[in-house]
Ligand binder design. Structure first.
Ligand code: SF4
Ligand code: SF4
Length: 484
């Protein structure tokens, strides 16, 4: 929005300020190298994961990470999540949410500065800019230049690379929902589902627009997360800070030499602004526009080295530590800021949920039974006075091999059961069913009880007839004339 200072008298106030393109200058240093590393790892994971194979035997897909919507399964390496186990996915999402709070509490907006997809793709596209147009000054010259063959050629090459990366990004996304090699073949031979083409089209367009053109505007104006983070940061949070008590009043090296003792350490070289991916001047203080990537620290440290002044004029520090340093006390090492009680609480909750999920994964049974009685009619009176109830029973085999399962009745004395596939004369208190690998077997079960049996609870129990001998029980109800 328009800064009031910039509205000159007589100029009609405008609601929005025209965007000034940001052309960050190349920089090197520990934060830049860390950013490279995070970019390589995150992009590598995103583009490469669908191609990792994972042998689950002949009855399950061999893609390590797969969201199989058609069969309602989520595969993640050795873990297979069924629809009735959605609480695992919910748990992971809760962990991701608390993880963001944890990271913010520990290291400020590090998520925004390093691993948010908007940051990673913007960073990637800014490198493409440098590769095609040259560094900051060359980019600015080209932007100011009138349209001509050179500018058209540069823009065409650059935008084509943007488009290629965007398309690759959209293409990688759909690979998570189907077998990657098969989908690539189907996609290029026109046999993929229309939704696959639509998804790639939408993601290509959004990556192209958000990473290629909107860039820092997404962080400053569109994303809600910085607003939430602002409410979470306090004087104990690590942020990127300009030490104004050390840097001000700023003045060039020449001025400082002419007037010793009158100027601070900042030589007003603007390097910190030139390298900033959002174009922010950190010397104005903490702001939503600072994603805390630390690149201005790299730039300023280099400048300080060149002019022979101590590094750390711009630094990762808490406001509390800055006050301490300003008062002449020894600065605390940055890692001590991590031991904040709030951070430890977040870590405890996050770790607790993680351990609970791991425990639930470790002890979960791969055999499951559910039984639902028919309610219309609730029972049938047979000619000999016996009473029959019908049930829809589902046997779930979550192993990637077929298994024999024994279903038994617990309670309901004198009761016997049979299925559609059996003669009622063969009714018994237990029966064996083979359930295909990784699937659910629906059974139509009839239960008959002697005359005068009262309505009562009973249960079906399933036991896998293999080494695991897993068991599960489903409580249900037998309805007789006269009700309860
Ligand atoms: S890079 Fe350092 S010295 Fe240069 S303007 Fe920024 S704060 Fe001042
Ligand atoms: S001000 Fe510094 S830390 Fe903040 S976004 Fe810009 S370069 Fe990164």
């Amino acid at each position: 929005m328009n800064n009031p200072e910039r509205i000159e008298e007589g100029t009609p106030a405008q609601l929005y300020e025209k965007r000034k393109a940001v052309h960050p200058q190349k920089v090197d240093g520990p934060f830049r190298r860390f950013k490279w590393l995070v970019m390589l790892v995150t992009l590598g994971i995103y583009y490469g994961t669908p191609w990792i194979r994972w042998d689950r035997g002949p009855y399950a897909p061999d893609q390590a990470v797969l969201i199989d919507l058609a069969n309602r399964r989520f595969y993640m390496f050795g873990i297979e999540i069924w629809p009735h186990e959605f609480y695992f996915v919910a748990g992971l999402l809760i962990m991701a949410g608390i993880g963001l709070f944890l990271v913010t509490s520990a290291v400020g907006r590090a998520w925004c500065g390093y691993s948010c997809p908007q940051t990673v793709w913007t960073d990637l596209f800014q490198h493409i800019d440098r590769l095609v147009d040259g560094d900051r000054n060359a980019q600015m010259r080209l932007e100011r230049a009138p349209w001509g063959p050179k500018k058209i050629a540069h823009r065409a090459v650059k935008w084509s690379i943007y488009l290629l990366i965007s398309f690759w990004t959209g293409g990688a996304w759909i690979m998570y929902f189907a077998d990657a090699p098969t989908l690539v073949h189907d996609f290029w031979t026109g046999q993929a589902a229309p939704v696959a083409y639509l998804t790639v089209g939408i993601l290509t367009a959004t990556t192209f627009a958000l990473g290629g053109f909107m860039r820092e505007q997404v962080c400053i104006y569109m994303c809600p997360w910085p607003r939430i983070q602002s409410a979470m940061l306090d004087e104990k949070s690590l942020i990127v800070t300009y030490k104004d008590w050390r840097g001000e009043p700023r003045g060039s090296v020449k001025k400082a030499q002419k007037n010793p003792g009158e100027f601070g350490d900042c030589i007003d070289c603007n390097q910190c602004v030139a390298v900033c991916p959002t174009g922010y001047d950190i010397r104005k203080g903490p702001d939503i526009a600072c994603i805390t990537c630390g690149l201005c620290i790299d730039a300023c440290d280099r400048v300080m080295e060149e002019v022979g002044r101590p590094r750390g004029l711009i630094d990762y520090a808490t406001l509390e530590d800055c006050e301490r340093e300003k008062a002449g006390e020894e600065p605390r090492p940055a890692w001590k800021a991590l031991l904040h009680p709030r951070t430890l609480i977040y870590f405890g909750v996050w770790g607790g949920i993680g351990l609970a999920l791991l425990f639930a994964l470790g002890v979960r049974s791969h055999t499951d039974i559910s039984a639902a009685p028919d309610r219309n009619p609730p029972f049938m009176l047979m000619s000999d006075g016996s009473i029959r109830n019908s049930y829809t029973v589902k046997l779930r085999n979550m192993e990637s091999r077929p298994r024999d399962m024994r279903v038994t009745m617990e309670g309901l004395d004198g009761g016997r059961m049979w299925t559609d596939q059996m003669a009622s004369e063969d009714a018994a208190r237990e029966l064996t069913v083979t359930v295909a690998a990784d699937s659910t077997e629906p059974l139509r079960l009839y239960v008959i009880a002697p005359p005068d049996t009262a309505s009562q609870d009973f249960a079906f129990t399933v036991t896998s007839l293999d080494q695991q001998a897993e068991m599960d029980t489903s409580e249900t109800y037998f309805e007789a004339p006269g009700g309860e």
